[in-house]
Write a protein that binds this ligand. Structure first.
Ligand SMILES: *[C@@H]1O[C@H](CO)[C@@H](O)[C@H](O)[C@H]1NC(C)=O
Ligand SMILES: *[C@@H]1O[C@H](CO)[C@@H](O)[C@H](O)[C@H]1NC(C)=O
Ligand SMILES: CC(=O)N[C@H]1CO[C@H](CO)[C@@H](O)[C@@H]1O
Length: 365
């Protein structure tokens, strides 16, 4: 009897225990559900969900306003039709904000105050805001106020999330045997095209020293010899050397002066800008002459003079043309479509906590 009762009691206790465990599980589940409802999913789960969903389907890039106010048409499937980049939708309607994967802001208008960031809009999970500029750091203004806002950078710099160089060399599919006579029509030794001459610039000092050693033909507004865009390349093609001197000396800042003017013009570029290693990273060896290769500008001048007289050695500066073709940067649509090529390899979570420091990063001459 006693035993029977105690067995029944323990049974009852067990039943009670099971029930309370059940209740506990239900209670915990409700708490977790309420938590998720209120706070949303923890970041890691959300991000992996998002990265899963983004690897298929198209990426939508929203340009919040057009750089320099130059609106370009986005009719049709621009990225596919013009640049053969698939699964990439370019839009400029602000009403599509909530469906955009990337929203792009061009720096110039933000700095001038003609455009504002839509900081009042709630940012959809996983959306990235991109800061875009092709200017050198000393023309970007003070970016301190943009701390902790942007998730990615679009710039000519090699260490930007999306690199938009002013130009690049693409490998030729088949090696070119076309041997041009690079000496044809050459009438000037050294040419320079300059519009904004500032006496204090390093390039102005180099020019002055160089022209004391060899003749330098100067074109452009400064010398009251402006060149129309049609006349630019034919004029440069008549020079043995072209001074591709950048107006700002900054990491990776190599502009169309090299890619378009010199390479397409058919003159050997004499470059002044970032250090030699920055040029070597993007241009073939023996396709340019860097001012820093010489102990003095006088030595540079003497080298140029000897080279122009040595047909064979001068010709060697064009050997790269057998393997490479020049590609100059297209319009802003091309730059924006290129975001899609990088999109799937972007780090999951990134914030530029100090954009100003990133932009003005120590330049090691
Ligand atoms: C040389 O000049 C002639 C006449 O101006 C022109 O037709 C020809 O294309 C030029 N050749 C090169 C390689 O620039
Ligand atoms: C983008 O930056 C914002 C603001 O700092 C941040 O809250 C958000 O998590 C970032 N998003 C990504 C995808 O990195
Ligand atoms: C990764 C991805 O979404 N790829 C798609 C790109 O678009 C083509 C059709 O346009 C699809 O077939 C791919 O699956």
């Amino acid at each position: 009897m006693r035993n029977q009762q105690s067995i029944q009691e323990t049974d009852l206790a067990k039943k009670m225990e099971v029930r309370s465990i059940k209740n506990g599980i239900i209670f915990c589940t409700i708490v977790v559900l309420l938590f998720i409802l209120y706070y949303g999913l923890p970041k890691e789960i959300q991000l992996s969900y998002f990265s899963y969903s983004r690897s298929s389907g198209t990426v939508t890039i929203l340009i919040w306003y057009w750089p320099f106010g130059n609106t370009l048409t986005l009719k049709g499937n621009v990225c596919l039709d013009l640049y053969k980049i698939p699964n990439c939708t370019l839009v400029d309607q602000r009403s599509l904000f909530s469906s955009a994967h990337v929203v792009v802001f061009h720096n110039r208008e933000l700095i001038q105050g003609s455009q504002q960031l839509p900081i009042e809009l709630p940012r959809p999970q996983g959306q990235r805001w991109a800061w875009m500029s092709l200017e050198s750091p000393n023309h970007n203004g003070n970016l301190k106020k943009f701390a902790n806002i942007f998730n990615m950078t679009i710039s000519y710099r090699r260490d930007a999330d999306v690199t938009i160089p002013y130009g690049e060399l693409l490998p030729l599919e088949t090696e070119s045997n076309l041997v041009e006579d690079s000496h044809i029509n050459k009438t000037s030794l050294v040419c320079w095209v300059v519009s904004n001459y500032r006496n204090q610039d390093r390039r102005s000092q180099v020019y002055k020293e160089l022209s004391a050693t060899v003749p330098v033909k100067v074109y452009g507004r400064w010398n009251k010899m402006p060149l129309s865009s049609e006349d630019l390349l034919p004029t440069i093609s008549r020079c043995y050397f072209y001074l591709a001197f950048e107006n700002s000396l900054a990491k990776d800042y190599v502009t169309e002066k090299l890619w378009h003017n010199a390479y397409k013009g058919g003159a050997v570029p004499v470059v002044l800008g970032p250090p030699i290693c920055d040029y070597k990273a993007v241009a073939p060896e023996h396709s340019f002459i860097h001012v820093d290769e010489f102990s003095s500008v006088r030595e540079l001048g003497k080298y140029l003079q000897r080279l122009a007289e040595d047909r064979k050695r001068y010709e060697e500066y064009f050997n790269w043309k057998k393997h490479w073709k020049v590609k100059v940067r297209g319009d802003w649509r091309e730059s924006l479509c290129k975001i899609c090529l990088q999109y799937n390899s972007l780090t999951q979570h990134k914030v530029y906590s100090d954009l100003e420091a990133w932009d003005k990063k120590e330049y090691r001459p």
